[in-house]
Design a binder for this molecule. Structure first.
Ligand code: NAG
Ligand code: NAG
Ligand code: NAG
Ligand code: NAG
Ligand code: NAG
Length: 625
């Protein structure tokens, strides 16, 4: 091959840069010594701890705890292999290991890796029911490790069984270039019912925190909070028997949980590769079910890893681009029963540790990267169609999805302990609303694309059990707006998305007297700006990127309420060749706050060039907004 002339080389760079912008954001790995940390540190080479800012589980600081290891495994070259699996048994009851019902159960995952590796997606299932969806940090030569805790009390009915298997999928590649093996331990932490009163709940006994020598700064006398621990049952309604008739933010764990998941060799998740892929399972549910909630577990990969930034196919085609990250920027995960749409979710855009600019996510990972959110769909109003002792088809699909999505669901069912059969009837009230508007304008590589979508769904149904005849009305809706702009001949890309979702549940007695009302409002704004510049060496380019995103959830039942707010802002640049990061600078600031009637918690952290440069957390009575 002839060496290219200077002019040809410059043109090549321009072409590279322009073509690249359309396909960003993308997925990268840091290379063995390219992490900001390895470059900026010369002295100490101890492994780096990665963190995700989440709501703390204060009860996990309390003794007595019983810890029960359920997974110890190293995921090396696991691609194409079936998941790791092992028989599950609950811990034998002892003075340290309480027998069920437990007041709380937490799952702790700890992981480590060293070398060079991409981020990987992973999930943990018990009897096919998903307990955790998680992704990995990208290692370097000094090694990385992390530890996360998730409340899994809601899976208590499964955790007390001993006839099921635990399985974990983490497809990884080991070869001459990619050397990072992921070592994983998973432990369950069981807590006994301290509050008395029988029903398992998730108490937050703040008055006991002082025993533990917390590293967190406590902003007020713990005694002030002491009297308010535990979740009191609502006046006059007994949630354990009524199921649907009370809607607590932390309802008692379901009596039964059925998986809506695959049982193939590629893990329990369904692989969705196109919009027409609808994956389903037939389930017969008990005739005495009084409440049903479908928990949806979702992650997105491949050409849809950054679905919220994908331009329409017409832009890609007319500019002769090679990227396959297309099909526009609107996606929706759909849940159907017997062909009827019963719920949908526009998922929170989780960014994995290799996403957009991997230097942003060391050592603070993006919101939800270690504990991906799951989404609850209230199906109680639909029970009237499901209690005939016949199998019903539960299906999941992704509207506009391209390759690939990993989805499955857990069906939580609460039973009437006072009868073998309940009566129920379902209806919808008000016509469903769904519309998607698209606007697309471009000339060559510059242009702008807008998508606006909204959905409203209202379902109503009554269930007559031994506790009475209660009507549940569920209204759900969301609005999403997405803008993508290309400028500078396609070298500048601006992505902005706003997502607002709302769910309201109302319970009435037979005389149509309202008994309870609750709502959840969620917001997830996102902004990604990427500028592509020619690099300093042949075949390299520079990406200057800003990412801002947030997750806000507000819940209220009229007299109790909670508010969670998690905001992350990252800025920086990197020089890359193919998918390798050669150099760069990055800064990530995060602010997390949570408050409910028991406690307020705040944490603010900042990472710069791979190091944690600030991390403060405190409990207080008044939350900072
Ligand atoms: C824009 O980029 C394309 C391809 O990268 C190039 O052919 C074209 O000349 C550029 N246009 C301008 C105005 O720079
Ligand atoms: C897993 O547990 C073993 C001890 O059983 C420990 O040696 C190892 O370091 C742990 N690994 C991780 C990643 O926590
Ligand atoms: C795309 O390719 C076609 C066929 O090779 C060519 O006619 C057209 O001009 C190209 N468009 C752009 C924007 O490069
Ligand atoms: C239950 O209550 C609803 C609404 O009040 C009523 O329409 C229905 O007939 C009741 N069902 C039974 C079996 O009484
Ligand atoms: C990115 O954020 C930084 C700091 O907030 C700001 O100075 C810069 O202008 C932003 N870049 C773009 C392309 O918006």
């Amino acid at each position: 091959m002839q060496p290219p002339t200077a002019a040809a080389a410059a043109l090549l760079l321009l072409l590279l840069a322009a073509a690249a912008a359309a396909s960003f954001p993308d997925r990268f790995h840091k290379g063995p010594s390219s992490s900001a940390r390895s470059r900026s540190r010369s002295a100490s080479h101890s492994p780096q701890q990665y963190i995700e800012l989440t709501r703390p589980l204060p009860y996990t600081l309390l003794p007595p705890t019983c810890s029960h290891r359920i997974v110890t495994h190293s995921f090396a070259n696991t691609i194409g292999s079936p998941p790791f699996s092992a028989p599950y048994t609950p811990p034998p009851p002892s003075s340290f290991c309480p027998s069920p019902p437990w007041s709380a159960v937490a799952l702790e995952l700890s992981a480590s890796s060293r070398g060079d590796q991409y981020d990987r997606i992973a999930a943990l299932w018990l009897g096919g029911v998903e307990l955790l969806r998680t992704s990995t940090a990208e290692p370097d030569d000094d090694g990385v490790f992390w530890k996360v805790r998730k409340d899994v009390t809601r899976y208590s009915s499964l955790l007390s069984r001993s006839d099921i298997e635990i399985s974990m999928m983490l497809e990884n590649i080991i070869n001459d270039e990619f050397t990072g093996i992921y070592h994983v331990n998973v432990t369950l932490l069981f807590y006994s019912s301290e509050m008395g009163g029988g029903r398992p709940s998730v108490p937050i006994p703040m008055n006991r925190l002082s025993d533990q020598g917390l590293s967190m700064k406590l902003g007020l006398g713990l005694e002030e909070l002491g009297g308010k621990s535990g979740v009191a049952p609502r006046d006059g309604v007994n949630s354990a028997t009524l199921g649907a008739a009370t809607w607590d933010h932390n309802p008692p764990p379901a009596d039964l949980i059925y998986p809506v998941s695959d049982d193939g060799d590629r893990g329990s998740w369904y692989w969705i590769e196109r919009a027409s892929d609808l994956r389903s399972k037939k389930i017969t549910i008990p005739a005495n079910t009084v409440r049903a909630v479908l928990e949806l577990c979702v992650s997105f990969h491949g050409n849809d890893e950054f679905w919220y930034s994908n331009p329409p196919d017409s832009y890609i085609r007319e500019n002769n681009l090679t990227t396959r990250r297309g099909n526009g920027a609107y996606r929706e995960v759909l849940v159907m029963i017997d062909g009827n749409l019963v719920g949908s979710e526009v998922p929170f855009p989780v960014v994995f540790t290799g996403g957009i600019n991997p230097l942003f996510w060391e050592p603070i990972v993006a919101i939800g990267a270690f504990i991906l959110p799951s989404y609850d769909i209230e199906l109680t109003p639909f029970l009237g169609n499901l209690l005939d002792c016949e199998p019903h088809e539960f299906a999941i699909g992704v509207a506009n999805g391209i390759s690939y999505w990993l989805v499955n669901a857990n069906l939580h069912l609460w039973l009437d302990h006072g009868s073998k059969r309940v009566q129920a009837k379902s209806a919808s009230y008000g016509p469903p609303v769904h519309n998607v508007e698209r606007d697309s304008q471009f000339r060559e590589l510059d242009g702008s694309f807008k998508v606006k979508a909204k959905r409203k769904e209202r379902l109503v149904g009554w269930v007559k059990s031994s506790a009475g005849n209660f009507t549940t009305m569920v209204s759900t809706g969301y609005k999403v707006k997405n803008w993508i702009t290309f400028a500078g001949n396609g070298t500048y890309k601006f992505v902005k998305q706003k997502m607002k979702a709302k769910r309201e549940i109302r319970i009435m007695n037979e005389a149509r007297v309202p008994l309870a009302r609750s709502f959840i409002k969620r917001n997830y704004p996102l902004r990604v700006i990427t500028s592509t510049l020619p690099g300093s060496k042949k075949g390299t380019y520079v990406l200057v990127t800003n990412v801002s995103h947030a997750l806000t959830e507000r819940w209220s039942d009229g007299d109790k309420s909670s508010l969670e707010r998690n905001v992350q802002d990252s800025t920086g640049w990197m020089e890359v060749k193919d998918h390798n990061v050669l150099s760069g600078k990055a800064d990530t600031k995060q602010s997390y706050s949570y408050r409910d009637e028991f406690f307020c918690y705040n944490r603010k952290a900042e990472a710069a060039d791979g190091k944690l440069v600030g991390d403060n957390s405190w409990f207080s009575r008044a939350c900072l907004s």
